[in-house]
Design a protein around this ligand. Structure first.
Ligand code: FMN
Length: 220
């Protein structure tokens, strides 16, 4: 049995998400909550769970959102990883940001598509050198013989790319998730939480376009 204290019930005594206060498009509401997460000191507020539909069933893991704009949410990864294989198998994905100190969650469903190489290169160039070398060295999701095996691969990558710039590995890239729905969840007392979901009226609706989304309140 694990520590029971970890399962302590938390009551969410915070202001709710009122219909007349929510933004009229998902991007603005997301931006407000992200700012508030930063102001509240949430660490890595851009961390999100990414669920994919793999050939063997659903899989979830955390990745970092690097862009959230009108056309969706971008994350970067190894294109030969399990998650990339899952997305090639089925582009439908789900994202979940959990800003627990604020008792908030944002869930996004959508479809993932590869980011153009020029955009990948621009982002890759901003990564610290160690992360660029690591992207060359790590066969993400594949078995390693040992930690030393990984460090040997890093040393090899250092030898092959001694200077700057370090080019983008062909097996490294990004995915943009085009949203079909965005749900804002605000914890409330007695588990009577607020849930407001924006559903895209047409696929690919711009996240800042109030005319592109239908809004519905859901039971908690
Ligand atoms: C806070 C956090 C941030 C992460 N960010 C990323 C990321 O941006 N890209 C990535 O490929 N993996 C990231 N990971 C690692 C993934 O969760 C996962 O272990 C890895 O991508 C392999 O997943 P896969 O085998 O399902 O492809 C992150 C993990 C954590 C806990």
């Amino acid at each position: 049995m694990v520590n029971r204290d970890a399962f302590e019930r938390v009551n969410y005594e915070v202001p709710g998400l009122a219909d007349d206060e929510v933004a009229n498009a998902p991007l603005e509401q997301f931006g407000r909550w992200l700012d508030e997460a930063v102001a509240a000191g949430v660490k890595e507020p851009n961390a999100m769970s990414l669920a994919t539909c793999g050939p063997a069933g659903p899989v979830v893991r955390v990745v970092l959102a690097k862009v959230v704009d009108d056309s969706g949410v971008v994350f970067y990864t190894n294109l030969e990883s399990d998650k990339a294989a899952d997305i090639r198998h089925d582009p439908r994905v789900a994202l979940c940001f959990a800003w627990l100190p604020l008792h908030r969650q944002v869930r996004i469903t959508g479809a993932a598509a590869e980011v153009p190489r020029s955009e990948v290169d621009d982002y890759f160039a901003t990564r610290p050198r160690g992360a660029r070398i690591g992207a060359w060295a790590s066969p993400q999701s594949r078995p390693l013989d040992s930690r030393e095996d990984l460090l040997r691969r890093v040393a090899d990558a250092e030898d092959r790319h001694p200077g700057d710039p370090v080019p983008t590995p062909p097996h490294w890239g990004g995915f943009r998730v085009t949203a079909g729905s965005v749900e804002f969840w605000q914890g409330q007392p007695s588990r009577l939480h607020d849930r407001l979901r924006f559903d895209a009226i047409t696929p690919g609706a711009l996240l800042s376009d109030p005319a592109g989304w239908h809004r519905v309140r859901l039971a908690p």
